[in-house]
Design a protein around this ligand. Sequence first.
Ligand code: SF4
Ligand code: SF4
Length: 208
Amino acid sequence: MSDYNQQMIEQFRGNFLKEVESNVEEGEWVKMCMQCGVCSGSCPFGPHWAHPPQEIFMMIREGEREQVLTSDSMWMCTSCYNCIVRCPRGLPITHIMHGLATYAKRLGLAPKEQPTAKFAQLFWDNLTKTGRVNELKLGLALYFMNGFSEGIKTSLKMKDIGLGMWKTKRLNPMEMVGGHSCKDTKGLQAILAKAQEIEDAKIGRSGA
Ligand code: SF4
Ligand code: SF4
């Protein structure tokens, strides 16, 4: 268990709703849910998730901390906004779902093998290196994220598309040995480090 997770358990002592209100983006809206089920009924993927939004909000209020934070349901949200436009109470459901996913990741409770969580980390690591997405490296990282043999199989499957992109100058193999970057990479990284410092101070976290 991460130190940060332990710290939050001790701080909120079983009051998971309060914990969500304090730490999750738009979390203070959860108590406004009247359990009508419109969001879950409107969500194109909800029926395929372990816990659609309405159920997640009910579980938060019931204090089912572990089940909520280790769930992969929040990671499946595609930000289609169907739920938000239909919620009679005006809850920012999409933002809460993403906020819960982010909080679970900070605590070290997000499911390790969840593909969206893995891709989000790959994308962030790729982007923040130079301030520009290196599509070639990102694509390869994505192919190989589930292991070497899986990566080879996917690369072979996609080779015709890759060649087509190269021929039409949509993909530059030289990106493998450097690639383009923003004008002031160091400045960007200093901004990100400061933003992280502010965020850590805001949530009372140190080195988590
Ligand atoms: S539509 Fe809104 S009020 Fe209804 S269950 Fe979903 S979040 Fe709650
Ligand atoms: S925004 Fe997310 S939770 Fe809302 S309906 Fe779309 S996929 Fe479902």
